[in-house]
Design a protein around this ligand. Structure first.
Ligand code: BG6
Length: 467
């Protein structure tokens, strides 16, 4: 017996990318350095195979060719970001007209191809000029970001109907201020909290700014939601999962959707003496930051257990003082990336949003499977990525179940369109529907690319019932 999983007619089929990861032309056409350009020059060894962000898949020059590929994939929507350092090179001053022309043309061409542009304002790419002021630690950078967003709305607000303030705002916080994986490589929980707080304030101010303009579109945020599953029902395990959930999910989800921080998180921050510096009007402003649309990035679950080993009280305080990662026996793995695959997580997230967050309109803004050395799966020039098709189909089946139960999920975007440069991992893990040969810049649809085109055309797919 076969079943057909049918998705709504206007479901968003697409994929996501970002400026720094695709544009290249890092030192061209008036663009200034981001933290990535700067850091790469200082410490190229931090990047896989020492590949930096200067070239990537050269979207800046090849976007027309790439839009034709998006069309071939059956996309009706596509997310990328605007590079702040390209549009306003010093962060605060003059607008770079070459950048205006580029983004205007990009948006125009996407729309002409019937592909709705989803535009994010910030995807990990702090202009170097702004980082020199202290980045998100400095409230002046919040002001500069608001002005940058205003410029974007002035320039492209009539053409773009789906805006996002931030992609995965927790990532620069945890990777840059706790785990030494992004610049500025600080390890300091209190500073991390300040950065997170200012990011959310910047978000709220920009949402408010957008709403005041009464444009016809929507504004949202993209969050990487990682369901926290306790090892067992033991109260200590449950508590560990709850803290992980507070720190990594609710720290951004609650203010973005409900307009306020969870009381429990505020208390926890206070108990650990981590309070950020705030101003009296901030609470009212945060309340205005409620989004119209939520993007959900989901890759893997977070399984935790109560901490058993003692922490070093002299070491820097870390989230892992309060829980330990738990490796569930028999878990299904993506062996190439070392991440667990748990398709039901997507259903759990959508159910949580339905039950506890007013069933906010949302879509899956990233989901995907990174694989190293994909050339080994190449047959007659095409990567036979059946594992990726299985991965996507498995997640879509759970998404479908959530839809049947009333989830307000409007689409599914894969990370990513074409194999992309991925921060310090550079080109290590390949995620695309389209394979990129970095040396020749040749692009080729993978098997999954042909498959998704068919899914999009038929509004779903068929599976054998025992699957
Ligand atoms: C997502 C980010 O979290 O993960 C992307 O939004 C990133 O920017 C992607 O490229 C994949 O990351 P990695 O480390 O597996 O290459």
């Amino acid at each position: 017996m076969m079943s057909f999983y049918r998705f709504p007619d206007h479901f968003w089929w697409g994929s996501a990318s970002s400026a720094a990861q695709s544009e290249g032309a890092a030192h061209e056409a008036g663009k200034a350095d981001t933290v990535w350009d700067y850091w790469y020059r200082q410490q190229p060894h931090r990047f896989f195979n020492a590949v930096g962000p200067e070239k990537t898949s050269d979207f800046y020059h090849r976007f027309e060719e790439d839009i034709a590929l998006l069309k071939q994939l059956g996309h009706n929507s596509f997310r990328t970001s605007i590079s702040w350092a390209r549009l306003i090179p010093d962060g605060v001053g003059e607008v770079n007209q070459q950048a205006v022309q580029f983004y205007r043309e990009l948006i125009h061409q996407l729309k002409s191809a019937g592909i709705e542009p989803f535009i994010c304002l910030y995807h990990f790419d702090m202009p170097w000029a702004m980082q020199q002021l202290g980045g998100w630690e400095n409230r002046a950078v919040v002001d500069a970001y608001v002005r940058y967003a205003q410029v974007c709305f002035d320039l492209f607000g009539e053409q773009v109907s789906h805006w996002f303030t931030f992609n995965e705002p927790i990532v620069p916080v945890e990777q840059g201020y706790l785990y030494d994986a992004h610049y500025p490589n600080v390890v300091d929980f209190k500073r991390a909290v300040q950065v997170a707080y200012h990011t959310m304030l910047a978000h709220a101010r920009v949402v408010n700014e957008y709403h005041q303009r009464q444009l016809t579109g929507q504004i949202g945020i993209i969050l990487n939601l990682t369901p926290s599953y306790p090892r067992s029902e033991h109260p200590a395990d449950v508590k560990a999962a709850r803290i992980a959930d507070l720190l990594f999910n609710r720290s951004f989800l609650d203010p973005a959707v409900l307009g306020q921080y969870p009381q429990e998180l505020a208390q926890w921050i206070q108990d650990h003496d981590l309070q950020p510096i705030t101003e009296p009007d901030d609470t009212a402003m945060l309340a205005l930051g409620k989004v119209d649309l939520l993007g959900v990035n989901y890759y893997q679950p977070r399984r935790v257990k109560a901490r058993l080993s003692a922490v070093n009280p002299e070491g820097p305080m870390m989230p892992e003082w309060f829980f330990e990662p738990y490796e569930m026996p028999g878990r299904k793995m993506n062996p190439y990336r070392g991440w667990e695959i748990y398709e039901k997580g997507i259903y759990d997230i959508l159910t949580n949003l339905r039950q506890n967050y007013g069933n906010i309109p949302c879509y899956i803004s990233e989901n995907g499977m990174g694989v190293e050395n994909e050339e080994r799966f190449m047959v007659d020039g095409e990567v036979q990525d059946d594992y990726r098709i299985d991965f996507i189909r498995g997640h879509l089946m759970w998404l479908h179940k959530a839809l049947e139960e009333g989830a307000n999920c409007l689409g599914y975007h894969l990370w990513t369109f074409i194999d992309c440069w991925s921060w310090t991992n550079a080109y290590k893990n390949r995620y695309g529907y389209v394979a990129l040969d970095l040396a020749t810049q040749q692009r080729r649809l993978k098997k999954s690319g042909h498959w998704i085109a068919q899914v999009s055309a038929e509004h779903g797919f068929q599976v054998e019932d025992h699957q």
